[in-house]
Structures are given as structure tokens and as C-alpha cells.
Design a protein around this ligand. Structure first.
Ligand code: GLU
Length: 295
């Protein structure tokens, strides 16, 4: 919990610096270490890996509007952020360098479908591991732990916690765990729940006074707040645990084990920390990876 808060705080600092123009467009700052492609990799019994080898390329599912996590620079087209770097690390360790990577942007609600249909080899995009999703896909990881929080306009003093949302227009994303929690815990009335496909649409609505609050993982919200610190703020205690996993085909146990091995090695040899420090943790404070949940 503590580490998570630290990490989220760091993100604000990092992006605030960037927003001041120190390093260019928000999100473009987080180019991590370049990963060298491993040679002679085999993943015995993995249909996904066999398809990747056949194709000679990897197709990674990512996000494109989450600064610090998964972000595409509008000018350069470059992807950056912690999730993107984790995805690139996995690709490299499976034998696919930067020139062999295809990026596919997959919104929250489409993740299970997109994985099941084989349109991506794996998904790295603020993807909470849970039992419901495990019925359709499998997860390596976790490689990070976030928690649900609230984003409001800076001049808002009424919304301070999840218990102050009644009568407020609450925006979140279709198919996400945070919107499900708003519904399950009846944090506001059904008619006050506003759903979009992406968090940036919710943030636009918040800035335009169409909704009162955006709710999702703290790591995501702090990225948006850091882009417009004079207009937006993150408030309250986090009220869930969101362990981020790498989603892949349900039955591809061989690939899941291999990706867990890759994450474990990266955590041991300092690569995880290098990636973290270059993205979410850029201002230098430490964070540790959570223990893997192998199954
Ligand atoms: N981590 C949450 C989830 O997987 C929220 C973030 C997202 O929608 O990607 O649903």
C-alpha cells in the first residue's frame, strides 16, 4: 500500500516536470532502457509463441491515453510508459526486438475478447487480475499493484471519498473493475453513472463540467492530474487492490510460465527497477515489485 502511494506520488512529480516543458510532450518522457532481443528462445508447448515465431513479429495489446503507463505521443507516434516498457521487456526476452513489435490499442472492455480471438499475443494495459477474468484469459504477474481512487476538478471540496459520491455524476470505463465496484457498492444512483470506452473521454467530461468525478486506478488518475495540475486533483484513500497482470490465452500455460520467469528475472536482476525508475518512478524514490502469483 505504502509503496503504491509512493509510486503514484512520484508519477505526479515526474509528469508535472514534463508538463512544464522540461522534456517535451506529456508521456514522451518515459522511454525506458532499450531491451536487447534474446536469441534462440523456445517456449515448449505454447501455441501463442509458435504463432509469433511463424509470423516473425509480436502483437502486443496496449493503451494509448494513459500518461506514464501506456501513452502514444500524438506527434511522434511513439508509445511510452511503464506498461509499454514491461510489454517491450517481455517481447525482447521472447526474442523480438523493437523492430519486430506491433502495437494494438485495446480498450478495457475489449481485452478478454481480443485475447480470446488471438488478435494479440498478450496484453499489458492496467489489467487487473481477478477470478472473473481468469475464466476467459490467464494472467502472468502481478508486476504492479494499483488501487481505485477519485479524480475531481481542483476547486471541488464536496467529493473527498467514495462515500461522498451520492447524487454526483460518476464517470468510468465500460468493462473496468472500478465501474463494477461503483455499481456493486451503489456508490451513486444508476442514473448518475456515466460510461465511456476510455478514461480520457471521462476526463474531458470532467473538465467540461458534464460529470463530477472520474474513478479508476490511482496510477491512471494521477497521470491525468499531472497533465493539468491547475485543473484536476486526485482525492481520498484508495479503496481497492488492483494487481496488474499480463493477459494471455487461457490455456497457454507454457507462455504464462515463461512470462512469469521473465518477470521474475527482471525483478531479480534490476531490470524491473530500471524500467520503473525510467517511467512511474522517474523522480528517484524506490518501489518494489509485488510477489508473483503463479498458478
Ligand atoms: N485496473 C482496472 C481494470 O483492469 C481499471 C483500469 C482499466 O480499465 O484498464 O479494469
Amino acid at each position: 500500500m505504502k509503496l503504491r502511494h509512493l509510486a503514484a506520488g512520484l508519477l505526479v512529480g515526474t509528469l508535472a516536470l514534463t508538463a512544464c516543458g522540461r522534456e517535451g510532450a506529456p508521456g514522451a518522457e518515459s522511454a525506458g532502457p532499450t531491451q536487447t532481443a534474446a536469441a534462440g528462445v523456445t517456449v515448449e508447448g505454447s501455441p501463442t509463441f509458435a504463432a509469433m515465431q511463424q509470423r516473425g513479429r509480436v502483437v502486443m495489446g496496449v493503451r494509448n491515453d494513459q500518461p506514464g503507463l501506456g501513452f502514444q505521443d500524438a506527434t511522434t507516434g511513439q508509445y511510452s510508459g511503464f506498461d509499454v516498457e514491461i510489454a517491450r521487456l517481455v517481447a525482447a526476452q521472447l526474442g523480438f526486438g523493437a523492430d519486430k513489435i506491433d502495437y494494438k490499442v485495446v480498450p478495457s472492455a475489449a481485452r478478454e475478447d481480443t485475447i480470446e480471438r488471438g488478435e494479440i499475443d498478450y496484453m499489458v494495459g492496467t489489467y487487473t487480475i481477478n477470478d472473473n477474468r481468469k475464466q476467459r484469459v490467464s494472467f502472468a504477474g502481478p508486476y504492479y499493484v494499483a488501487g481505485q481512487s477519485l479524480l475531481v476538478r481542483s476547486d471541488d471540496t464536496a467529493i473527498t471519498s467514495k462515500d461522498t459520491l451520492k447524487g454526483k455524476k460518476v464517470c468510468s470505463v465500460t468493462g473496468s473493475t472500478p465501474i463494477q465496484r461503483v455499481k456493486d457498492q451503489q456508490l451513486t444512483e444508476p442514473e448518475n453513472i456515466v460510461e465511456f470506452q476510455t478514461y480520457s473521454q471521462c476526463v474531458d467530461q470532467l473538465l467540461n463540467n458534464q460529470v463530477d468525478v472520474v474513478t479508476t486506478d490511482d496510477a491512471i488518475l494521477k497521470g491525468f492530474a499531472a497533465q493539468q495540475p491547475d485543473k484536476l486533483k486526485v482525492v481520498g484513500e484508495v479503496f481497492s487492490t488492483e494487481p496488474y497482470g499480463i493477459g494471455l490465452k487461457k490455456d497457454d500455460t507454457a507462455l504464462r510460465n515463461k512470462i512469469n520467469d521473465i518477470l521474475e528475472a527482471a525483478e531479480t536482476d534490476g531490470t524491473w527497477k530500471q524500467i520503473y525508475d525510467a517511467t512511474l518512478g522517474k523522480s528517484g524514490s524506490p518501489a518494489d515489485p509485488p510477489p508473483l502469483q503463479r498458478y
